[in-house]
Design a binder for this molecule. Structure first.
Ligand code: ADP
Length: 590
């Protein structure tokens, strides 16, 4: 039984491993690294390490008393080229890294803009934010240093080992003593460092997510008087992070101590071994001095190589996470389809949809939304009303059934052209910062003059508020955006949507943030300004329902009834229940 479990786990582990290598490959496919600069730094780095490997020989000749012109020139040339190459490597690496970070960040951002809506459901905003900012920077920096460093280190070993052996093959014995020490070092230290490093990353992620959510909901914290609890939770999260950081400092301290100790042991072994060979006449003074100068660098190179595997695993993991994001399914924009969108009724035909496999949200939903008419979708909360609007916007695709517009399947339409025809107003009242003019004309490509702006602002009931600002339509929204009430933001959004002049209006409780009087005024605006256009409104408010040409009653993801108010009162129990609720009674006086 246990072995079966283990087998399953190892199979799962294998699948994840393969998945992560696939995502790693995807990273390279999508990320446009600055290969020219990377190859240049790789070449210069190799040149640097081959000069380093020749340094002990030339220095040893001078130390041994060879003051010939040739020995002197070789030493000077070696040291000079070492300085120049080191400066060049640093400079070129900086250029390669910053250029690569920029293009990887662009690639991540571009892919992120095109990702299907459902991806955003399973990934928090803070993790997506860190993918574009710190993850990109850290991943590229460690990837490039690994790519550039390893060939340099190998070059060093490949050149210095024959050089050492040319003095005496017996000198190489030291290298073979050091190798197992470093293998042990990497086995324990590398794994320990990796584990603690991962814990730090997770805790930073947790703390960032926690802080983002709390800062966004400060008013909620205040209204529930939970400042003390939240303060404690924040401090606990910070304490956990600091604990991991302290542990990491210990690990680093032990690692540094261990490498100093190994270097000292290496030097002692080298001195004893070299002296023995010198005393026995197996090497001369120059060879002994060169050997003595080789040992510290060989130590360093072996130590760096020993952590290569854990570094590679770390870089692979980071790049794979970005690769998975860049590989996430993209929206099919269907750009080859023409931009002419058919005019006609919108039909949902046996539509079934679920966000998660195990929880169906819409089941067999069939309805006709007549062109140029108003359709109100009502139903208990969670019955799937907003989901229908999302499917119409094509943020999600139904798993079964289809949606047609004027007889043509929604899937076959040019998605940008289709979305251009839609106006979507919901309760969130999202606005970008910038000037009022920029916020109101967001996404509009035609020229919008002041007269048109004024008309839309007046219709949305926000004109006087804008004009109170010193620069009117050119006032900076970011400065006073925070001082706008929910209702004012909502009116700005409504003015923006009026300017969009779309043919199909999707309204999702659009006036829920407004007082009854303003809500009624604005709903009248919608119905006069959009007269003759298709309006689909999800609402509890009877201002809208009373204007509707047809009402769709949705219950638990299914259409219970479709009809006018009078018809539904007669035939739909759910509708009657809704009407009996307070807000419905207000308007209909039932
Ligand atoms: P309504 O608008 O009628 O209140 P929704 O369409 O918003 O209902 O939601 C229908 C169901 O789908 C609810 O059970 C809700 O929890 C679920 N749901 C909505 N959005 C998501 C999402 N992004 N991921 C998973 N489930 C969701």
């Amino acid at each position: 039984m246990q072995s079966m479990e283990k087998n399953k786990e190892s199979k799962k582990g294998g699948r994840e491993q393969r998945g992560s290598w696939k995502a790693f490959a995807a990273f390279f496919r999508h990320a446009k690294l600055s290969w020219g600069w990377i190859i240049l730094s790789l070449v210069v780095n190799i040149a640097y390490y081959s000069v380093v490997s020749h340094l002990p020989g030339s220095t040893a000749a001078l130390f041994a008393g060879n003051f010939s012109r040739e020995a002197f020139i070789i030493a000077v040339v070696n040291y000079t080229s070492l300085c120049v190459l080191q400066a060049l490597v640093s400079l070129i690496m900086l250029i390669a890294t910053s250029k690569s970070v920029r293009s990887v960040r662009c690639a991540v951002w571009q892919r992120m803009m095109g990702i299907e809506g459902k991806y955003y459901d399973s990934n928090s905003a803070s993790s997506l934010l860190s993918a574009v900012t710190s993850d990109t920077e850290n991943t590229v920096a460690s990837l490039l240093s690994t790519i550039v460093l390893i060939p340099g280190l190998l070059t060093y070993l490949a050149t210095s080992i024959p050089l050492l052996s040319s003095y005496s093959p017996k000198l190489l014995a030291v290298v073979f003593v050091l190798i197992p020490i470093y293998i042990l070092y990497s086995f324990f230290m590398g794994r320990w460092q990796c584990k603690v490093g991962f814990r730090i990353q997770m805790r930073i992620g947790g703390l960032t997510g926690f802080l983002t959510e709390r800062i966004r909901n400060l008013t909620l914290i205040k209204s529930f008087v939970t400042e003390k609890e939240e303060e404690k939770k924040g401090l606990d999260a910070a304490k956990e992070l600091s604990k991991a950081n302290v542990e990491y400092s210990y690990v680093t301290g032990v690692a540094v101590a261990f490498s100093l100790l190994t270097e000292a042991v290496g030097v002692v072994i080298a001195v004893i071994w070299g002296c023995m060979l010198l005393r026995n006449g197996e090497i001369d003074l120059t060879a002994w001095l060169a050997f003595f100068l080789f040992v510290p660098m060989i130590n360093t190179v072996l130590r760096q190589l020993s952590t290569t595997w854990s570094n590679l695993k770390d870089v692979q993991g980071r790049a794979a996470r970005l690769g998975a994001l860049m590989e996430a399914p993209q929206e099919n924009m269907n750009e080859q389809a023409g931009t002419d969108i058919p005019v006609g009724d919108i039909v949902l035909n046996k539509v079934a949809f679920s966000y998660r496999e195990d929880a169906p949200v819409l089941k067999d939903v069939t309805m006709v939304i007549p062109r140029g008419k108003t359709t109100a979708i009502v139903g208990p909360s969670g019955s799937g009303k907003t989901t229908i609007l999302r499917l119409l916007e094509k943020l999600y695709t139904p798993q079964a059934g289809n949606i047609t517009v004027g007889g043509q399947a929604l899937d076959e339409l040019n998605l940008s052209a289709w979305r251009d025809r839609l106006s979507y107003v919901n309760q969130d009242a999202e606005l970008f910062s910038g000037t009022v003019r920029q916020a109101l004309t967001y996404g509009i490509t035609r020229d919008v003059d002041d007269a048109e702006l004024e008309r839309a602002a007046r219709l949305a009931g926000i004109y006087d508020f804008i004009m109170e600002k010193p620069e009117g339509f050119d006032s900076e929204l970011a400065i006073w955006g925070v001082s706008m009430s929910g209702g004012q933001r909502q009116r700005m959004v409504i003015a923006r949507e009026l300017l969009k002049k779309a043919d199909i209006l999707l309204l999702d409780e659009p006036t829920s943030a407004l007082d009854t009087e303003t809500a009624a005024a604005i709903s009248n605006t919608f119905f006069t300004d959009f007269a003759g256009k298709t309006i689909i409104t999800v609402t509890h408010e009877l201002n809208y329902i009373s204007h509707a040409d047809q009402i769709v009653v949705l219950k638990a993801g299914q259409v219970e009834a479709i009809g006018t108010h009078e018809e539904l009162i007669a035939c739909s129990e759910t509708y009657r229940g809704l009407v009996e609720e307070h807000s419905y009674q207000e308007v209909f006086g039932q």
